[in-house]
Structures are given as C-alpha cells and as structure tokens.
Design a protein around this ligand. Structure first.
Ligand SMILES: [Zn+2]
Length: 436
C-alpha cells in the first residue's frame, strides 16, 4: 500500500522535513531559472580534470510508479512504447517482495535484496520505537547506494522524487535534490507535471550524470479514487499525461544533442491490482482471539501484504509462527503465509515473523477492517510483480530493438548504472545483474 497516514502528506510535515534538510550545514539551496528550488551538497563539483567530470555519459532512471507492463501500448502510451521498441526490453521483468514503492526504489539504487538493504516494505513495526512507521528515514538504508558510489568517484547525481517518503529515505545522498514544496494531501505526492519541470530544470541547471526520477501520478490515481467508478478513465488520463511528459523529456535530449550520450532506464516499482469492497482481509481480530497470540501480535499493513510480528517471548516464536500461518491461511483471500525465515524471501528481520500475501483481487486492512485501508488499488502481493522494464537511449551501450527472455528485476538497476559508468564491482557483490 502506498497510502500514508493522513499526516504524512500534510503541509506541516512537509514543511518540517524541508526545514530539517535545509538547516543541514551540508546543503546549499539554489533557485533555478524555472523558479524551482534545489538542495545541493556543499562543494558538489567534481575535481577539475577528473575523468568522471569530463564524461558526456548521462543516465536517467525513470520510474513510472505502479505502471503495469500491459499498459504500455501504441495508443495510450506512444512515447513509452516507442522507447521500448527502439531499445532493449525485458518482457518477463518483475518487482521484488514486498512489491511496494519504498523497498523497490531502494532495491533499484542499492542492487541488493532487503535482507541486506534493511528496507523490506513501506510500512513496518519498528521494534525499537514500539510503533508502526513508514520506512522514510535516511538511516533505514543500511548499505551504499549507486548514488553514493558515483558521488565518491566524482560523478554528480540528482534525485527528483515525487513522493514524500522517497524524499525522506534517500535524504541527502544525491549531489542535487528536488524536495517538493508541497504534496497533494492524503496521497503525499507531487503531480507529474511538477516533477517533470523539476527534472528538466535540474538537467538545465546542473546536468548531473545520473538522475533518479519517480513519477507518481499513475500509481496515485489507482489509490486515491475511492469510488472506483471513474477509475479506468482516470488511470488512462494519468498514463497519457505521464507518457506525454516522458516523450517531451526524450525530445529535449534529442534536440540538445545529449541523446547520443544517454541511457534511459524505464521501469516500475510494482504494478497494480484492484479489489472490490467485500474482498478485504483483516487478520488482527483472529490473532487477538487466539489464546497464544492474543496481545502478542502486531501487524504492519502493506496493501497486498501483511507483515506479522510476534512480540511475545522468543521461546515461543516457532510455535507462534506456525499458529499465525494456520490462522492466516484459513482466512478467505489469503494466498500464502510465509515464515519470514524462508530463505528465498530474503526480507530480513524488519519484515517481522510471518509475511502474508493476498490473492489477486483482494487487499488487507489491518488492524481495522474498515479504516486501515479503504483504497481499491493495492500492490505488495505476487499479482503485482510484473513490471515494465526497458532501456532506451542513443549511447552505443543501448542496443536497438532487442528483446530479452531473461528475468530482469528492480535490483538490476544499480549494477546496470555501475557498468554504464565503468565502476568496479563492489567487494560485497550486487544481488542484481547488469543488463547492458
Ligand atoms: Zn509505487
């Protein structure tokens, strides 16, 4: 679930976070010609003469948040379609568990799974704080991102992130950052037109080697339309708008001559699945009624996935895990309840003790069956794992018109960017693979 608490998108919280970021001694504020303000690291320029500073190579990672691969087609999204057809395309590409926004953006930039990055979900139970919170703190990422690795070698980087919690978690890592002045209430995101303006003015003003962009409209339309009646039309309008902006950005690269030095990676962090109001799963009540589990279970709701935490004595953990699995799997709409220690999941202890996925067409609403998750569009479960994933651009590293049968994943972005810029393989290897 991309939904935040009501406060998350509030002007007060946005203003507070901005004030904190800008109060940092490491940040200078630049007002671009467009009128938009950017935060930049002090002394950001690469040493004169450094090879990294001289290269004309540019990489743009554009995340069309929540876009389904079947939504990229000639009439609705002609620009994205043309970019895909003219470049390298991985039709079997997927998001990684948990199929949520924050963990998959972190996987893109770190190239590693959540048991290494420390970021398995949007919402988790912070055992230290004793509360459920969003993973929106810079320190939530425990490993180096490609942004920092490039920065260390004198390349400049930029983040243009439309969502408040993404601005939060990526923090001051990039050389140049756009931190939206305001977000749409409840959705907690800035509209794509504003994000596009920020991207183009950041490129005009600073021209970073790597820019990481999140376009949030396609996803947010799915979440914020509570009636569902105009969903299809709104979704199509968002796709059309986002596609037009991507097309305009590509045209700009071509007309400036930057295209022949550029690689543009387009992907989504997850896709989207819609549920009708009766297909809602709540596990908290059943857990509370159980003699072993009652009072000892906390659930972090992630839309299509529930993260269940055992808070009782560790001596009873194994027994509790089995009971949680039994109760969850006996509940209509549940696809599977995994012991979090199952090796392939690779989610790490932050994701709790049992990870429960729902079936397609369902959603979780925990702890409250009515108020916790009223939105029809959700992701996080396996039904939402297919994503668009393609690479366009005029740089020779991008091969024209190639389709690959390999299973590309969100964790492949960092190694692909690293190879493009000629970075050495890190000592602790990536979990993902370079795709160029
Ligand atoms: Zn998302």
């Amino acid at each position: 679930m991309c939904q935040d608490t009501p406060l998350a998108g509030s002007p007060e919280r946005a203003a507070r976070r901005l004030a904190e970021i800008r109060a940092s001694r490491r940040t200078v504020l630049t007002a671009a010609a467009s009128g938009l303000a950017f935060s930049s690291a002090v002394g950001a320029a690469a040493p004169a003469g450094a090879a990294s500073a001289r290269t004309k190579k540019r990489c743009y990672v554009l995340v069309t948040d929540g876009c389904r691969p079947d939504e990229i087609e000639p009439t609705l999204t002609p620009n994205l379609h043309a970019l895909r057809e003219g470049g390298m395309w991985w039709p079997r590409a997927t998001s990684m568990p948990v199929m949520e926004t924050i963990p998959n953006h972190v996987m893109m930039m770190t190239g590693v799974r959540p048991d290494r990055s420390g970021v398995p979900a949007n919402s988790f139970y912070d055992r230290e704080l004793g509360e459920i919170r969003d993973m929106d703190q810079p320190s939530d990422i425990r490993v180096k991102t490609i942004i920092e690795r490039l920065g260390k070698r004198g390349f400049t980087t930029g983040t243009v992130l439309s969502k408040e919690y993404l601005v939060g978690i990526f923090g001051e890592r990039a050389t140049h950052r756009w931190e939206p002045e305001l977000y749409i209430p409840v959705s907690g995101h800035a509209p794509d037109l504003l994000t596009y303006n920020a991207l183009t003015s950041m490129v005009d003003e600073f021209d970073p080697h790597l820019v990481f962009v999140n376009l949030g409209d396609i996803d947010r339309v799915g979440h914020t339309d509570l009636t569902g009646t105009n969903l299809r039309l709104l979704r199509q309008a968002a796709l059309l708008d986002t596609d037009t902006l991507v097309g305009r950005f590509i045209d700009g690269l071509k007309s400036s001559g930057a295209w022949e030095h550029s690689m543009v990676i387009v992907l989504a962090d997850h896709s989207m699945d819609w549920s009708i109001p009766t297909n809602v799963i709540t596990l908290q009540g059943a857990m509370d009624e159980d003699p072993l589990l009652g009072g000892n279970v906390v659930i972090a709701d992630n839309g299509g996935a529930d993260l269940v935490y055992w808070t009782g004595p560790s001596s009873k953990l194994d027994k509790a895990v089995k009971r949680i699995q039994q109760i969850a799997e006996a509940t209509p709409g549940v696809l599977k309840a995994w012991d979090r220690r199952t090796p392939w999941l690779r989610l790490g202890p932050e994701s709790g003790d049992v990870v429960v996925f729902c079936q397609a067409g369902w959603r979780f609403s925990d702890p409250d069956p009515v108020t916790s998750n009223p939105i029809p569009g959700n992701h996080g479960h396996p039904a939402t794992r297919s994503i668009p994933f393609f690479i366009g651009g005029g740089h020779p590293a991008v091969k024209a018109g190639k389709v690959f049968s390999a299973h590309a994943r969100t964790i492949d972005v960092a190694p692909t960017v690293a190879r493009f810029f000629g970075l050495p393989t890190p000592k602790k290897r990536y979990d993902g693979k370079p795709r160029i």
